[in-house]
Design a protein around this ligand. Structure first.
Ligand SMILES: Cc1cc2nc3c(=O)[nH]c(=O)nc-3n(C[C@H](O)[C@H](O)[C@H](O)COP(=O)(O)OP(=O)(O)OC[C@H]3O[C@@H](n4cnc5c(N)ncnc54)[C@H](O)[C@@H]3O)c2cc1C
Length: 526
C-alpha cells in the first residue's frame, strides 16, 4: 500500500469526472470492514480517514473477539449468538490475528461455581459449531494452576471458558491491505470536510482535504457511507445542519501492567464490578491489560484522557483478584477509547445502552452506520453495503466476506514467534531484519520493536507519523509509554530515512508524539 499511489488514483478519478460507486468516511473497524466488503463485491470504492487507521476507537479496545458474556447476563441471546458466529468466521479468515484465550472466573462464594458454570455452558451451546473450547468448573488447585497470582484468600475454585483475543490495530492494517488488494483506494490523513449534493438535493459525493498537501479534492460517488464511529453526528451535521444526534459516547479506560502480575496463559474475568459490569485482566503481548470502565462523556476527542477515578477503579478491582496489589507506579501505560453507542433514549447510564449496530439513511441519502462492536464488524459491513446497493441502484452482488481470507492469512503463524501477528508477511520482515547491521535489534531494551518493522510499516503499511508507528503499526505506546517516549527519536530517525524526510521532520514528529504519549503515562507527570 502506497499513499502517493492512492492519492493519485483519487485525483485521476476526479479529473476524469467519473464517479465512485461507494465512498466510505472513516478508517476504523466499521469503515474498513465496509471497504473490504464493497470492494470484494466488485464496486469502485474509496475510503477516507481523517487521521490514521484506528486512531479513533478501533485501536483502543479490550482486544477481544467475543460473544460477550455480559450480554448473556443481560439476556440478549440474539446479540450473543451473532457475535459468537462472527467470532468463528473471523478466526477462520484471519487465524494469524485471532486466537483462543481461556478466561477463568474465580469463585469466592458458594453459589458462583454452579451459577457461572451453567452460564458458561449456555455460552458453549450458543456458540455451537463456532465454539472455541468447552467451559468447565475448576478446583482450587486447578484455578491456581491457571492463575498462579490469583488472590487465594477465600478462593473456592473457578470456571474456565473460552473466547477470542486479537491485536486490533494490526487487524485493521490487514483489513486496509485486504480492501486495497480487492481494488479499493484507502487514504489516511484525508478528512472529509464536506458532503456535496446534486441539484435534486441528494448526496453525490464529498470534499476531502489531503492533510499532507493541504489540497482539497472533490470526490463524486453514487453512495456515501458515514462510518465515523463516535464522530458520526459531526458528519451527519455536514449533510444536514442540526441533524438529531444518534451517538451516546462512553469512555472506556485500560491500564497496562507488567506480565508478572498475571503469568500463565489464562485471563481473569471479573463477572461483577462495583458498578455491575464485567472486567478483564488479560495477558497480551507479554503485558497484562486490565479494563475497562464505562463513563458517559459529552465531547468526542481523538486522544481521550483517563480520569483519576477510572484508574483508581481499575487498580482497586485488580487488587481484589491479584495476590500482589498493583499501585499507580506499576502502570506501564494507560489508554482510553470512546464507545460509539447508538441510542435514542435519554438514559444516563451508558452501560445499559445497546451494543447493537444501527443504520440510518438521511433524507438526502447519506448512509450512517454506527454502534456494534469490533467482533461484529463483518456483519455490520454486510448490512451497510447491502443498504448502499439498494440506495445507489448498484449492480446486484452478493456479500463474499464469509469466506474471504484477510491479508496475512497464515494457518500456522505461531512459527513466527512474536512476528506471528504479521502472518504471511512475517518472512518478509525477517528478511529485512537480516538486510543490514542492527536491522533486527530492538530499538529500546523494553520494547520488541526493530528497525525492520519500522521500515516495513513505512514501506508497506502507510505509516506516516511517529504516532502511527509507535501506537498502531507497533503497540509500543500502550505496552510501555515511557519506553515509547525514550525510543521516539531513534524511531523517527529510521522513519525519516525511509520516507525521505529531514531533521526538521524528526524534531517536529518527536515533539508531537511526546505530547500525545504523556497522556499514556501514569501517574500523570506535571
Ligand atoms: C474501551 C473499549 C473497549 C472495547 N473493547 C472491545 C472488545 O474487546 N471487543 C469488541 O468487539 N469491541 C470492543 N469495543 C468496541 C469497538 O472497539 C468499537 O465498536 C469499534 O472499534 C468502533 O469502530 P468504528 O470504526 O465505528 O469507530 P472508530 O474506530 O472510531 O473509527 C471512526 C474513524 O472515523 C474517523 N473520522 C471521523 N471524522 C472523519 C471525517 N470527517 N473524515 C474522515 N474520517 C473521519 C476517525 O478518525 C476514526 O478513525 C470496545 C470499545 C471501547 C471504547
Amino acid at each position: 500500500m502506497n499513499r502517493s499511489d492512492m492519492l493519485h488514483r483519487v485525483q485521476e478519478q476526479t479529473g476524469s469526472g467519473d464517479s465512485w460507486d461507494i465512498v466510505v468516511i472513516g478508517g476504523g473497524a466499521t469503515g474498513l470492514g465496509v471497504a473490504v466488503d464493497a470492494a470484494a463485491r466488485g464496486y469502485r470504492v474509496a475510503l477516507f480517514e481523517s487521521s490514521d487507521f484506528g486512531k479513533g476507537t478501533s485501536s483502543r479496545s479490550t482486544k477481544l473477539i467475543h460473544g460477550g458474556v455480559r450480554y448473556l447476563q443481560q439476556g440478549n441471546v440474539p446479540l450473543v449468538m451473532e457475535a459468537l458466529r462472527e467470532r468463528g468466521i473471523l478466526r477462520t479468515n484471519a487465524p494469524h490475528l485471532v486466537w483462543d484465550l481461556p478466561f477463568v472466573v474465580p469463585n469466592y462464594q458458594w453459589w458462583e461455581a454452579p451459577f457461572y458454570g451453567i452460564g458458561m455452558r449456555v455460552y458453549d451451546v450458543l456458540a455451537g459449531r463456532y465454539g472455541f473450547g468447552r467451559s468447565q468448573n475448576l478446583s482450587v488447585a486447578e484455578t491456581i494452576d491457571r492463575l498462579p497470582t490469583i488472590e487465594t484468600g477465600g478462593l473456592r475454585g473457578g470456571v474456565v471458558y473460552h473466547d477470542g483475543q486479537f491485536d486490533d490495530a494490526r487487524l485493521l492494517v490487514h483489513m486496509a491491505m485486504t480492501a486495497w488488494e480487492q481494488g479499493a483506494v484507502i487514504l489516511n490523513y484525508c478528512p472529509v470536510v464536506n458532503v456535496t449534493k446534486s441539484g435534486d438535493g441528494f448526496v453525490d459525493g464529498v470534499i476531502v482535504r489531503d492533510v499532507e498537501s493541504n489540497q482539497e479534492i472533490r470526490v463524486r460517488s453514487r453512495v456515501v457511507i458515514n462510518a465515523t464511529g463516535a464522530w458520526t453526528d459531526s458528519v451527519r451535521d455536514l449533510d444536514q445542519k442540526g441533524a438529531s444526534p444518534v451517538i451516546r459516547p462512553s469512555q472506556g479506560v485500560h491500564i497496562v501492567l507488567d506480565r508478572s502480575f498475571l503469568p500463565g496463559s489464562s485471563a481473569i474475568m471479573v463477572p461483577k464490578t462495583d458498578d455491575d459490569r464485567v472486567l478483564f485482566a488479560i495477558p497480551w503481548h507479554d503485558r497484562v491489560l486490565v479494563g475497562t470502565t464505562d463513563t458517559p462523556v459529552d465531547t468526542v476527542v481523538s486522544e481521550p484522557r483517563p480520569r483519576d477515578e477510572e484508574v483508581a477503579f481499575l487498580l482497586r478491582h485488580a487488587a481484589r483478584y491479584l495476590a500482589r496489589d498493583p499501585s499507580a507506579d506499576d502502570v506501564l501505560s494507560v489508554f482510553a477509547g470512546i464507545r460509539p453507542l447508538v441510542s435514542d433514549v435519554d438514559d444516563a447510564d451508558t452501560a445499559g445502552v445497546s451494543r447493537e449496530h444501527a443504520i440510518r439513511i438521511s433524507d438526502s441519502g447519506l448512509i450512517s452506520i454506527a454502534g456494534g462492536k469490533w467482533t461484529t464488524y463483518r456483519k455490520m459491513a454486510k448490512d451497510a453495503v447491502s443498504a448502499a446497493q439498494a440506495l445507489g441502484d448498484l449492480e446486484d452482488a452478493g456479500c463474499p466476506t464469509r469466506h474471504l481470507r484477510l491479508h496475512g492469512y497464515h494457518a500456522n503463524a505461531d512459527r513466527f514467534g512474536r512476528l506471528s501477528v504479521f502472518g504471511a508477511d512475517a518472512p518478509e520482515i525477517e528478511k529485512l531484519m537480516r538486510s543490514g547491521p542492527g536491522m533486527g535489534e530492538p530499538i529500546h531494551p523494553r520494547l520488541d520493536l526493530t528497525p525492520a518493522e519500522i521500515v516495513w510499516g513505512c514501506r508497506e503499511e502507510m505509516a506516516r507519523t511517529l504516532d502511527d508507528m509507535l501506537a498502531r503499526r507497533s503497540r509500543s505506546l500502550i505496552l510501555d509509554a515511557r519506553a515509547a517516549i525514550e525510543a521516539a527519536p531513534r524511531v523517527a530517525a529510521v522513519m525519516a530515512d525511509e520516507l525521505g524526510f529531514d531533521g526538521t521532520w524528526v524534531t517536529s514528529q518527536v515533539s508531537a508524539f511526546v505530547a500525545i504519549a504523556r497522556g499514556y503515562v501514569w501517574p500523570p507527570e506535571a
